[in-house]
Write a protein of this length. Sequence first.
Length: 221
Amino acid sequence: MIDQLVKRFDYLERDIQVVTYVLIVFFLILACRAAVLISEGDYNELWILIAPTITILAALLVASASNRLIVNDRINRMNDQNQEIIRTTHHLIAICKDLDGKIYYVKLLLSDNSTRPSFILDKIATSIEDRYEVLLERDAFKYLPGNCVDIITRISGTIYGIRMLAEGVKHITRANPLLPLKMGAEKSGNDQIISQLDKLLDDIESLVNELFKLRESIESK
């Protein structure tokens, strides 16, 4: 439906331009005719040309005003779209930075020196999953280029892996949720998890950089 309206809009703009050119041609013909009559001194015939000339000039003014309205409407629509893209990228950048901070905190929780209670991982894993799902919303994908979409879909496995890790630790420490997290994490291959988290942080940083590029490309227009 929207594509059809856009096509109609383009056709209307083209038709107005064609009408404008035709009116200009008619006006030039009348101007040439008027010049001939003036050179011949036939002022009676000259008066006859006044009515069609005024009609053509009025039609030209209407066509010009219509074309101006169409161009102005297109500019406003493009500006509104650009502002929406900028607002969307600002929101997604904030989401990504929040994800980055939370995932880095998970990395600290899983470090060998961590003495924090294991139940914290379950809380933050839920928060990470919720924030990631914001990136999957339709409005977020609406204006994103393909490379951003690729990164968002690529990190899904690690994001949900954090959720599964939290569930596993929760199960292991269910008798004592205050048990230091490292005791449960070491049983799950701590080094490999840390490596995956580092890669996830790199991907999120790349996504933020791509979002900044998108925003700058819009702001520079």
